[in-house]
Design a binder for this molecule. Structure first.
Ligand code: BEZ
Length: 211
């Protein structure tokens, strides 16, 4: 099944490195990140899962629960985790889904047959508290993702979910944001008391409203 932005992420039950989970129950009212990696005991994946563990406090600060997935078995995940911990100097404690029957991969379209018939690609889906899909990124096996970029996007998603703003190119937390086109400049001036800088009628900046 192909999943698109705005779709409701499907629920599932799965075996994971921390036990059986029901996806929706596990997420509760948190944001969620579900990401696939091609295979256990591979170098790039080892660094990606290590970085995810290292950013545990950053995800927690943003109320995000993280889950990884590959089509390897539970036994494989369990014997790989000590290697990640040892080589990346972390303690992996987020669930890694053992999707050896490809049930979840197929729900989330994590196998791209023209890239690999058997392994999952590097896909990552951000899910909001409403269970709707907010972001989908897909990288090939040969390119590790940038998890600081994932945090940056989460910051943007959480900000823009609550304020009538969008974030410009390369935006980072604390920088000025863009007033969405649907708001008139007159209304923007009332809505954003920190000020509105009009560069063009369609390009208007305001300081980040929740800072
Ligand atoms: C890796 O995680 O290092 C990797 C996995 C599959 C293909 C290439 C690299």
């Amino acid at each position: 099944m192909s999943l698109r932005l705005g779709d409701i992420a499907p629920n599932f039950k799965a075996k994971t490195s921390i036990g059986e989970i029901d996806f929706y129950e596990y997420l509760g009212s948190s944001w969620g990140i579900l990401f696939s990696h091609p295979a256990d005991f591979t170098p790039v994946c080892t660094t990606e899962l290590g970085k995810t563990a290292a950013l545990k406090d950053e995800f927690a600060k943003r109320n995000v629960k993280v889950l990884a997935l590959s089509v390897d078995t539970l036994e494989s995940h369990k014997s790989w985790i000590p290697d990640i911990n040892e080589t990346q100097h972390v303690a992996v404690d987020f669930p890694i889904i053992a999707d050896d029957d490809r049930k979840v991969s197929s729900l989330f379209d994590f196998i791209h047959p023209n890239a690999s018939a058997t392994a999952t690609v590097r896909s990552l889906v951000v899910i909001g508290p409403d269970k709707a899909v907010k972001l989908i990124i897909t990288y090939p096996a040969s390119t590790g993702r940038n998890f600081l970029e994932v945090l940056r996007v989460v910051d943007s998603l959480q900000l823009t979910a609550n304020y009538s703003v969008a974030t410009p190119v390369d935006w980072k937390e604390g920088e000025d944001v863009i007033v969405v086109p649907s708001i008139s400049t007159e209304d923007a001036i009332k809505k954003f008391p920190k000020g509105v800088k009009v560069v063009k009628p369609y390009l208007r900046y305001t300081p980040q409203p929740n800072k």
